[in-house]
Design a protein around this ligand. Structure first.
Ligand code: NAI
Length: 321
């Protein structure tokens, strides 16, 4: 029984090239994880210099790990030496690899176009994974008649020829630190590809958890009512955010809902929430709140803007906003 990744599991990681498409927050982190696991990695971005800058940042990150004594200098050099930046919007220029992890913007049409270009240019055995937070794996592989990538396909974007080799590998931010990877199956994904991908994630030091392609997958769906109910309770005057966070923390949660959404970014969290809500036919359990929309409108995005639900000092300490 030889599915593509089974074969990969028998080889030394140094002989198994990986491509990561998108050198943003997630793509750079995923590239680091793959390189630390021993794979040669090509890190691709359409934006001029984005991939080069990401590799520079990786160098700085690895230097910090060496300074802290968490990594040998020689290891850091090896890891950095495995990651090659590549600037391209045309995916046919990406060298042949065993596994692609796509981590570009969260737009279905953009991801669809990338998958189509990759499938026609890559070897028949290449496995295509997406790091999407909210989009359907089936929508990514099926034929579509609309969207702004349609022009290049004469009005339609065809179904992928090998949907069995397409799956979701949903990493969490930041990928080098977060252990969880949701391994997401589309309705056509080959079971052996899923098994092998899970085993590969284990070898990358991750904890793979299998789920189907449903809105929000596991974590982002369970988290919706957690955030939403907390906001409704504040609106109802039952508790203020700091008290509610403290209660949840002392009850054993790592973080309360408000400090957590300030860390994720209120804008990012609202976008994921709206996506889950819309895909469930606007199920009120997942409805974004007016309060959340107001935070985003006012630019109170959380830690990254110095102010969200709470206000953050230079040293990272929080006070009530
Ligand atoms: P980002 O905005 O930091 O990075 C996206 C990168 O993709 C940018 O460098 C951009 O230049 C590049 N890009 C855009 N279109 C491209 C194209 N056609 N070809 C090549 N490169 C292209 O975004 P981020 O936060 O890294 O997210 C990437 C993906 O990961 C999204 O699907 C997102 O939903 C998902 N995700 C994000 C998480 C987060 O906490 N930020 C967590 C888990 C998944």
């Amino acid at each position: 029984s030889g599915t593509p990744l089974d074969h990969v599991l028998l080889q030394h990681p140094g002989d198994v090239p990986v491509a990561v498409i998108g050198a943003g927050a997630m793509g750079s982190g995923i590239a680091q994880v793959a390189a630390q696991a021993g794979h040669p990695v090509v890190l691709v971005d359409a934006q001029p210099d984005a991939a080069d800058r990401a590799v520079e940042r990786l160098g700085a990150t690895l230097d910090r790990l060496v300074a802290k004594g968490r990594l040998e200098a020689a290891q850091a050099r090896d890891v950095l030496g495995r990651v090659r930046p590549h600037t391209a919007s045309d995916m046919s220029t990406v060298p042949a690899v065993a596994l692609v992890v796509e981590a570009v913007v969260e737009h279905l049409d953009v991801k669809r176009a990338i998958f189509r270009q990759l499938e026609s240019a890559q070897p028949a055995t290449t496995v295509l994974a997406t790091n999407t937070s909210s989009l359907s794996i089936d929508a990514m592989v099926q034929e579509a008649h609309t969207g702004h990538d349609a022009a290049s396909y004469g009005g339609t974007s065809p179904a992928l020829a090998r949907p069995g080799q397409v799956l979701g590998l949903h990493f969490f931010n930041p990928p080098p630190l977060m252990r969880l990877v949701e391994v997401i199956s589309g309705s056509a994904t080959d079971g052996q590809v899923l098994d092998a991908a899970g085993e590969l994630m284990r070898r990358w030091g991750k904890t793979p958890v299998r789920c189907t392609s449903t809105p929000g997958f596991i974590v982002n769906r369970v988290a919706r009512p957690f955030y939403g109910e907390a906001q409704r309770m504040v609106e109802e005057g039952i508790a203020d955010p700091a008290t509610l966070d403290l209660a949840l923390r002392r009850a054993g949660f790592r973080m309360g809902p408000f400090e957590l959404t300030d860390l994720i970014g209120q804008d990012v969290n609202l976008a994921v929430g709206e996506s889950v809500w819309r895909q469930t036919g606007e199920d009120p359990r997942y409805a974004p709140t007016d309060w959340q929309r107001a935070l985003v409108r006012e630019g109170r995005l959380g830690r990254k803007t110095g102010r969200g639900v709470f206000t953050y000092a230079e040293d990272g300490s929080a006070t009530d906003a």
